[in-house]
Design a protein around this ligand. Structure first.
Ligand code: ARG
Length: 479
């Protein structure tokens, strides 16, 4: 380590400066000067795009099959390429594969390994394609799987919320606006509010998957190719729904990636707001919930502390994901058609956003399932804040009092209760009749949070009936 904490040497052998290439470059024909080793370190992407190895091999195998069908490869050559790539896949997965920065990226590594393994036949694989359409294809294949994985994690999290609903059905929580107590809400109403948000995230994932699921391969460098390839066949082999129509567009396009990271960012934002809420709820001040201790940490100086670090970091790491989206947007903003090397910088933010959101989603599901409601502490606090005032106002409206008049009347009664340091339900009938002579004993039928909950009627409200209807929907939907 140097004084700035950076490792002195990276994982790769630092190349000696020589006039000839230490490793023969696939593009080296026209060059008469070796590349500067600092340039090699600066421009390599193997340190991060090695993650695309599986999808690179998948794409190459489909490409080889297509090349055989159009008569560019013999069946023997095709088979040699496919089994050579299978062997390379095994080497990579068993940790035997060696990465070198001189070979730049995952595409060059796999192609070089193939040539070493099967000889000259391997030199035919790159026919009718370029790394520009290859990297885009790899990324689309990777992202298609990534999108499905995120969808599964979102579904898991929804299940965790729904899994609590039956048990928590009779628990009333204060609902807030402006972080001020507002109206009573059933706990499952809260849980299903999150399910709605994550469901819109899932819809966004499904929608952006359509634009991910398009074949890039065959755009070649930028203009297509004079080799008589069959792109529709390649698309079918790789289960792409469509074939990119314009080679210039395809080799430059990353908007599918921006969309994916945008969806990840919204998921992170949803997670972050929830984490913030549950951090507050776990405080001594609220005491609504007890987080599972296995997702908390203690303090090195204050022995009594149990801190909600996982939730804090779910909230904190959202900043990174927003940064990843920002990085992609700025990366693309000034790029002329078609491929530019800048595009290589898309992968670190994409991978980072994905890894961060996946880890957060996994932990969130376990925290949701393992958290305990502190029902005693909650119900002890429900009497504060006049959570029944709005339903009481609505009761007056239903008795024929205009809304503005009813609002003012209840406001005055709340003031009276505040002065007497009591609940609305504790005011005497004469207190109510002083405010409006027409009031009678039935006022007490809507006062108190229990009664207020029973009074709700509208579609999507927190009434028991509405909440149970919602719950039935979710149970079926998530089966
Ligand atoms: N590593 C490159 C990337 O990720 C692959 C494409 C390189 N193309 C090129 N013409 N140098 O974008």
């Amino acid at each position: 380590m140097d004084t700035q904490g950076k490792p002195k040497k990276n994982n790769f052998e630092i190349q000696k400066e020589t006039e000839t290439f230490s490793i023969k470059k696939a593009w080296g024909g026209v060059f008469n000067q070796a590349t500067d080793p600092r340039m090699e370190r600066f421009t390599e992407s193997i340190s991060f795009d090695q993650r695309l190895y599986y999808h690179d091999i998948l794409g190459s195998q489909a490409h080889a099959k297509m090349l055989e069908t159009v008569g560019i490869l013999t069946p023997e050559e095709r088979d040699a390429i496919i089994s050579g790539l299978d062997a390379i896949l095994q080497d990579i997965e068993s940790g035997k594969f060696e990465y070198k920065i001189e070979l730049e990226d995952i595409h060059m590594h796999i192609e070089r390994a193939l040539i070493e393994r099967i000889g000259d036949t391997g030199r035919k694989l790159h026919t009718g394609r370029s790394r520009n359409d290859q990297v885009s294809t790899d990324l689309r294949l990777w992202m298609r799987d990534a999108a499905d994985h995120v969808d599964g994690l979102l579904k898991n999290l929804q299940r965790a919320f729904i899994g609590r609903c039956d048990e928590d059905m009779d628990c009333i929580l204060p609902g807030y606006t402006h972080t001020q107590r507002a109206q009573p809400v059933l706990a499952p109403h809260y849980w299903m509010a999150y399910c709605e948000k994550y469901d819109r995230d899932r819809q966004r994932i499904h929608d952006c998957r359509k634009r991910i699921n398009i074949l890039s391969l065959g755009a070649a460098a930028l203009a297509g190719t004079s080799i008589p390839i069959n792109r529709h066949m390649t698309a079918e082999l790789l289960s792409f729904e469509d074939v990119g129509k314009n080679s210039l567009d395809i080799s430059s396009d990353r908007d599918y990636a921006v969309e994916f990271v945008f969806v990840l960012t919204l998921i992170a934002e949803h997670l972050s707001s929830w984490a913030e809420e549950w951090i507050l709820w776990s405080t001594e001040e609220f005491h609504f919930i007890q987080l599972p201790q296995k997702f908390c940490t203690g303090s090195s100086i204050m022995p009594q502390k149990v801190n909600p670090d996982t939730l804090e970091l779910i909230r904190g790491k959202t900043a990174r994901v927003v940064g990843d989206l920002q990085t992609l947007l700025v990366l693309l903003k000034g790029l002329p058609l078609a491929y530019n090397r800048d595009l290589q910088e898309d992968k670190p933010p994409i991978f980072d956003a994905y890894d961060t959101v996946c880890a957060s989603l996994e932990l969130a599901a376990d925290i949701v399932a393992g958290t305990k409601l502190d029902r005693e502490a909650i119900s002890a606090k429900l009497d504060r804040g006049h959570l029944d005032a709005t339903t009481f106002m609505e009761y007056l409206i239903l008795r024929g009092i205009p809304q503005r008049t009813a609002h003012e009347l209840v406001g005055k009664l709340v003031r009276k209760a505040l002065n007497q340091k009591c609940r609305l339900a504790d005011l005497s009938l004469s207190d109510f009749q002083e405010a409006d002579a027409s009031l009678d004993e039935t006022v007490y039928s809507v006062l108190g949070v229990q009664q207020a909950i029973l009074a709700f009627k509208s579609y999507g409200s927190t009434s028991q009936e509405q909440v149970k209807t919602q719950l039935n929907f979710w149970i079926k939907y998530l089966e």
